[in-house]
Design a protein around this ligand. Sequence first.
Ligand code: NAD
Length: 322
Amino acid sequence: MNFEEIRNIAVLGSGIMGHGIAQSFMMGGYPVMLYDIRESILETAEAHIKNNLELFRRAGLIARPEIESALERLTLTVDLKRAVETADFIVEAIPEDVSLKQDLFQHIEKRCSQNAIIASNTSSLTLKEIGARVKNKNRLVITHWFNPAQLVPTVEVVKGEQTSNEILDITYQLLLKIRKAPVRINREIPGFLVNRIQIAMAREVLDLYEKGIASAEDIDEAVRGSIGFRLASIGPLLTMDLGGLDIWFKVLENLLPDIHCSTKPPEVLQKLVAQGHKGIKSGKGFYDYSLDFSKGALDDAIKKRDREFLNRLRHLYWKTET
Ligand SMILES: NC(=O)c1ccc[n+]([C@@H]2O[C@H](COP(=O)([O-])OP(=O)(O)OC[C@H]3O[C@@H](n4cnc5c(N)ncnc54)[C@H](O)[C@@H]3O)[C@@H](O)[C@H]2O)c1
C-alpha cells in the first residue's frame, strides 16, 4: 500500500481536536466521515468547521469556492460502521480514557477494511494499551496533533512497538499532502517530543514565578519576545549551531546546577488549583479575568489568537502558494 491509495478518511470524535483534524483533511481534498455519539455534537462541530473555514478565507489562505468544496467533502454520522467501512485512514480523537479507546479500536477493526490504517490522537497513552484487543497491531499509529488542530502545523507521528515502517511512512506522507508539518517520533515515550520540552520549560517558568524573580507579565513578555520570537522560525538545535556550540556548552555547564529539577508540580500551581483558580475558565489564574469575564470575552480572546495563528501560518508555512 502507498499513500496515493488513501482516498477516504474517518475522524472519530468531533470535539476540540476532532473537528480541527476533520477540517484539515477536508481542506487537503479528502472526503471525511466525521463520527460522534450524538447528532447535536456533530452539528456543533460542523458549525465550528464552517466558522474556521471562513477565518482561513479572511486570512487569504483559501478562496470562497474552496470552502464550498471542502464542506461538500464532509459527512456527519452517528453510525460507526458507516464511518469506518469505506475509510482507508481512520483517526480517533475521543476522550483520553483507555477503556473507551480500547473498545473503540476493537469495534473499528471489526468494521473497517483490512488495509485501513488506524491512528490515535492520544496525548498520554500507548498503542500497546489502546490496541490491546486489536489483532493486526502493525497498522496502528499515533498521530498527535496540537490544538487548534486546523492551525498548528506540527503533527507528531509516533511509531508504536509494532507499527510497521510502511504505515509510519504512509501516515507521514499523508500529513504532508494536507499541508501539515509532520515529524517522526521513532519510539513511544511518555509525552512524545513536544510535550516533554514544553513541560521542562513550564517547570522552570513556574519556579521563577514562585521565587518572585519576575511578574507573570514580565515572564510572559520575556519568553514571547526572545526564545518565542526565535522559535517560530528556527528550532532549538539550529539556534545552538548559530550561537556556537562551545558557548552553549559553557552556559549549560554554568547554569544546569541551578535549573529546577523537581519531579512534583510546583507548589504555586497546587495552591492556585486548590483555591479553584483554573485560569480563564474560572476567572482567575496567573492573571485576573474577573473584570471582563464573560463567554463573549473568552470567544474574543480565542478569535484574536486564531487570527494571529493564521497570519503566522501564512507567513511561515503556506508562503509558497499565496
Ligand atoms: N485538547 C487538546 O488540546 C488535545 C491536544 C492533543 C491531543 N488531545 C487528545 O485528543 C483526544 C480528544 O481530545 P479532545 O480535547 O478533542 O476531547 P473532547 O472531549 O473535546 O472531544 C471528544 C469527543 O469524543 C466524543 N466521544 C466520546 N465518547 C466517544 C465514543 N465512544 N466514540 C466516539 N466519540 C466519542 C465526545 O462526544 C466528544 O465530542 C484525547 O485523546 C486527547 O488526549 C487533546
